[in-house]
Design a protein around this ligand. Structure first.
Ligand code: MTE
Ligand code: HPA
Ligand code: MOS
Length: 775
């Protein structure tokens, strides 16, 4: 039967969102034509800067001789702390982050001086010629040492519910232990870079690879003693940020700006990879001590955990990171009586910072480790113990921090994945394989994720946008979010095109610019598309409403009947091309551009009690991984991974699946091969890809099945979608626990392998030896 395509049907099915569209820069990316900061044509007279770095972890600067630097070929100027016109600080929250060392150095790699030269190479060569006399001081390097010395960058925090100690004492079964989970280098492909250009008067334009243009604006203004209105920061795109350019782009922006202000010339500061890794902070490593009580079936009745992170020498974002770790310790599990302590250990190392997940992964991995042990102690499949402890839908549904979970889909999501991944069949197959394979052991694990979406600092949950409709009917969008490859611009573009009923080609997004949208938050906490999508929608709606009113005024009909789709405006039985209506509206003096604003409703948080409603909603997911481990060498391979992720009503399934795949492999790298190693003098020795092993294409599983869970956000998020940027980073917990399962097979699953992360081959061999010794 043939159904006529009625205008109503056309209007109802036309959509700009919910469809798999390529990344708006995909073509430019593959052609090498996408402009990154270093690709912006340099102005005549541009100078290049490099930083002179500390070679000691903790020392007083007894003397500084920079004559050899000044006389090096091509050098134009050398600046130290006394040359900074304004405040010597680039810390995002607590102002304990010097741009240049002032009398004391607190880690190997801390910048002491800025060299400005006629070329990048000359600046770098000259920077090596500084002569520094240090009076060395004792250094603290690890979170364990920091904990023992009570050396913290912030007062420790705690979240208590019920009486965990009493419940623990009464519990019929107990697990106690420690765990160490290493940090991670962001390893964005494009390193840190800033290009500062002096403008008229005191003003300055800073082109910067940053997730947080407004913060760069503030830091540069303070460093130069200027007002915010003097400083314009622009970023078209980053070649990856992953949290590493939320606060840590500030040092580079400020240094380039200081050099530009002092020399009066454009100055570019591009970190080479080794310097970038030596200078900037990473994901926090965490050290945990835990005591958990459970009943005969494996239900947790008491949980006590004490976590200490390696914050590095200054606070940076360590406080909010620790807060998120505390708020993610529950993961998908109801914990009745719980006591969580978290401290940010002050160490003489890089100041650690945001990294995809922002403490969430570090919080959740601890409870997964504990559940894995409970299952082994009871001789049960870990999936059964996980399920038993899942949050309920109408009871057992309040988090330790007081938020009631109203959107729990973990039961159905895990049930679906259990089926589609053939979990039970493969569990039996793995056991059969291991029974006849003395050296190669297989392992299997299913791990769930629940991730709270919103900045855990409430006021950051706001965004703005600016939409211009030009007289030819083309549309230009600017919003406060930044593009780091995650596809925010594609999604925001889709939202605006959808609102105005236009093809995507009619809409273009421009560089993020502090002079267009003011007081923006970092593009972070996975909220970029949620917040900026809503703000852009708000702007587009205002324009659409004005156009609808104008259409009715000139063509008749009812405002509520005006439809925008297919590049046309439909009203009163007539269809007008969008651009024709726009032209007429312009002549009739209708405003064709608008700002838009959004603030996430219903959020509150009390940092003292660590209670409130910090998240707008939760995103869920789960993954199953199967590995094979060579128990003689510690080598392993991921054979198959199945991931199911809840992106709500996805704005763009192609981009979302890409985010899940990327986050999975990045998280797998964190938990397996990416090891940061500082020598006993506190020097990071793994400061290049030659010594720091990120996953390669050959590490991706041949059989990788990523799907989106069919769902709809219960919150009124942008088109009922859910955030996707960070939560899937927790899916490869399944890889780590599959490796632990394979190691456990060595001891007939009777011993809990003491496996820390990253599970490098050495760590795997160490755990196997421990299992063999105990078995
Ligand atoms: N994806 C790519 N390709 N590159 C990145 O740097 N950063 C991640 C995630 N996905 C990142 C990425 C991090 S840490 C966050 S917080 C989110 O993207 C930020 O973008 P969104 O909020 O728009 O999802
Ligand atoms: N994520 C990222 N950045 C942040 C957060 C967060 O939850 N809170 C404050 N800054
Ligand atoms: Mo992402 S760690 O919030 O930049």
């Amino acid at each position: 039967m043939n159904h006529p395509v009625t205008p109503e049907l056309k209007a109802a099915t036309w959509t700009g969102v919910g469809v798999p569209r390529p990344h708006e820069s995909a073509e430019l990316h593959v052609l090498g034509q996408a402009t990154y900061t270093d690709d912006i044509p340099e102005l005549h007279g541009t100078l290049h800067a490099a930083l002179g770095l500390s070679s000691k972890a903790h020392a007083r600067l007894a003397s500084l001789d920079l004559d050899a630097v000044r006389s090096a070929p091509g050098v134009v100027a050398v600046y130290t702390v006394s040359d900074i016109p304004g405040t010597n600080d680039c810390g995002p929250i607590i102002h304990d982050d010097p741009i240049l060392a002032d009398g004391i150095v607190q880690y190997v790699g801390q910048p002491i001086f800025i060299v400005v030269a006629d070329s990048h190479t000359n600046a770098r060569r000259a920077a090596k010629r500084g002569v520094v006399n240090y009076e060395e001081l004792p250094a603290i390097l690890t979170p364990q040492q920091a904990k023992a010395a009570k050396s913290y960058v912030l007062p420790p925090m705690q979240l208590l519910r019920g009486d965990a100690q009493a419940a623990f004492e009464k519990a019929p079964h107990k697990v106690k232990g420690q765990l160490y989970v290493g940090g991670q280098e962001q390893f964005y492909l494009e390193g840190q870079i800033a290009y500062a250009i002096p403008k008229e008067g005191k003003a300055l334009l800073v082109q910067c690879s940053t997730q947080h243009p407004s913060e760069m604006q503030h830091v540069v203004a303070h460093a130069l003693g200027l007002h915010s209105h003097h400083v314009q920061v622009e970023c078209r795109r980053m070649g990856g940020g992953f949290g590493g350019k939320e606060s840590q782009s500030a040092l580079w922006a400020a240094s380039a700006a200081i050099a530009a202000a002092r020399t009066g010339k454009p100055v570019k500061l591009r970190a080479d990879r080794d310097d970038d890794m030596m200078v900037t902070g990473k994901r926090h490593c965490f050290y945990y001590e835990y005591e958990v009580g459970y009943d005969a079936e494996g239900r947790i009745v008491a949980a006590k955990v004490d976590m200490t992170s390696r914050a590095g020498f200054s606070a940076d974002l360590s406080g909010p990171v620790a807060t998120r770790a505390v708020c993610h310790f529950d993961n998908t599990y109801y914990l009745s009586d719980v006591e969580i302590h978290a401290a940010c250990g002050k160490t003489n190392t890089q100041s650690n910072t945001a990294f995809r997940g922002f403490g969430g992964p570090q919080g959740a991995i601890a409870i997964e480790y504990i559940i894995d042990e409970i299952a082994r102690n009871l001789g049960r499949d870990p999936l059964d113990i996980r399920r038993l402890n899942f949050y309920g839908k109408i009871e057992r549904n309040q988090t330790p921090y007081g938020q009631v979970i109203v959107d729990n889909v973990i039961h159905e999501l895990v049930a679906e994945l259990e089926q589609t991944s053939e979990y039970r069949e493969r569990r039996a197959a793995v056991a059969a394989y291991n029974a006849s394979s003395p050296v190669l052991k297989r392992g299997l694990a299913l791990t769930p994720v629940k991730f709270g979406i919103a900045f855990n600092v409430t006021h950051l949950n706001q965004a703005g946008a600016l939409v211009h409709v030009y007289v030819d009917g083309s549309v230009l969008v600017n919003h406060g979010g930044t593009e780091m490859g995650q596809g925010i611009n594609t999604k925001v573009l889709q939202v605006v095109a959808h609102e105005l009923g236009l093809d995507l080609e009619r809409v273009r997004i421009t560089a993020t610019d502090t002079s267009k949208v003011a007081n923006t938050s970092a593009t972070a906490a996975s909220t970029g598309a949620d917040l900026n999508g809503k703000a852009a929608q708000d702007a587009a709606r205002q324009i659409r409403e004005r156009l609808a009113e104008f259409a009715v005024r000139t063509l008749g009909g009812e405002i509520s009947d005006v439809r925008f789709y297919g590049n046309e405006v439909h009203v009163n039985g007539q269809s007008v091309p969008f651009e024709s209506l726009v032209q007429k509206a312009y002549l009739a003096r209708v405003q064709l551009w608008s700002d838009g604003y959004y603030a996430t409703p219903n959020l509150h948080w009390d940092p003292k009690t660590m209670n409130g409603h910090p998240f707008s909603y939760y995103a869920y997911g789960a993954a199953v991984s199967e590995v094979v481990v060579d128990t003689l060498t510690g080598e392993w391979k991921l054979l198959r991974a199945d991931a199911l992720y809840d992106a709500g009503q996805s704005l763009n399934p192609a981009i979302d699946i890409g985010q899940v795949e990327g986050a999975f492999i990045q998280g797998m790298g964190w938990l397996t091969t990416e090891q940061l190693w500082w020598n006993p003098a506190g020097k990071l020795m793994t400061h290049a890809p030659s010594t720091y092993k990120i996953p390669a294409i050959s590490d991706c599983p041949e059989d990788f099945r990523v799907r989106l869970f069919q769902n709809r956000n219960v919150e009124d998020s942008i088109h009922r979608s859910k955030a996707v940027g960070e939560p899937p980073l927790l899916l490869p917990f399944s890889v780590f626990f599959a490796i632990r399962d394979a190691i456990s097979a060595v001891g007939g699953h009777r011993v809990n392998p003491p496996l820390n992360a990253p599970a490098t081959s050495e760590e795997i061999l160490r755990a196997i030896a421990a299992v063999e010794a105990a078995a």
